[in-house]
Design a binder for this molecule. Sequence first.
Ligand SMILES: Nc1ncnc2c1ncn2[C@@H]1O[C@H](COP(=O)(O)OP(=O)(O)O)[C@@H](O)[C@H]1O
Ligand SMILES: [Mg+2]
Length: 345
Amino acid sequence: MDGEGITGTGRGDPLARVTAMAHRAIAALDLPPDGWSMTRLGLHDDDQLVRAVLRLDRAGLPSMVVKAQLRPANPAEFASDVARNAAAYDAFPRSRDLGMPEVLWRDDAGMACATRYIPGLRMSQAMRRTWHGERLTLLTGTGRWLAALHRSGDPGRAPFHPRGAVQQWRQKAEAVRARTERVAARPLFLGLAADLRRRAGQLAADGPFDVPYALPHGDAHLGNFIRGEAGGTWGFDLYPHGWRPVAIDVAKLLTDFTTLFHFPDEISAEHPIPPETLAAFMRGYDLLPMDDPALDLLVRAELLRILSTVPADPARRSHGKTRTLDRLLPILKRLAETSPGRRRR
Ligand SMILES: Nc1ncnc2c1ncn2[C@@H]1O[C@H](COP(=O)(O)OP(=O)(O)O)[C@@H](O)[C@H]1O
Ligand SMILES: [Mg+2]
């Protein structure tokens, strides 16, 4: 057991830290100290993020998941993330089909927490292992889960400002054009950013309009969902982002699905999410219409966001970021090729 707190340097070994925190959780939960096996579920260790996740198993007891973070060394922010997950668990309408793991323990100063382990497969894996029709059924279930989360998270309506929603990409594109910032696939980035700006302008021309808002998931990609061993859809790893348009979560989820499971020729500039996929999601998610204009805009912004997470310098790309770029590029090229207002730059 280590008794030291987080010093704020953000350095250190995340696996050593999470192991120490696992023992702390076991003691705090009054569980037997011996006989546990620990398996690594996740590890980030780069300039921005140092964090590790372990599964803890012991015969005769339910398994748990322990997460510990070293960097960013911001205990208040970590505590607020965990508090959001705990509050969402309390509000969520849990059922046989829709679940969320319970937060069992937290050490705010140590930037660590423990949740109940959910046996099953990551949704992205479960979807990869099955055929197209069943994959869409799983997507419908994920839509149902997200609708339940949004309904239980202070739902309402408020104005959507298209230009404000894409402003950060407009600014980034200006910096990229001025070469004060670099991005991977510069011409595609700039083309998509110009298209986004044009679409936001068109949408704003009629003045602001109301859209559904709620407390969002905040990181709704398919790796943050589980297809339960006994069926059912489970979501977790929420990030507090205030009260936001629900379409932000939907855009992230559908973009993740599309870049993972669709060929480029299944999308077009008009339909960045294939209509069949959108329809499957909306069979479960009933808070937005199929042709929601804010959703369309936010999907395009999400593609830019994903691209901007890839380091411009190929030598600085992790294996994961190289794969992200590999799955994104054909889709971005396809969007550019099928765009009616396509211009040479
Ligand atoms: N309660 C849980 N039950 C089962 N698997 C989990 C649970 N929590 C996390 N995992 C697994 O561990 C991975 C990392 O956990 P997550 O909370 O998403 O952390 P990160 O912040 O690293 O994304 C998840 O993608 C999932 O596969
Ligand atoms: Mg996660």
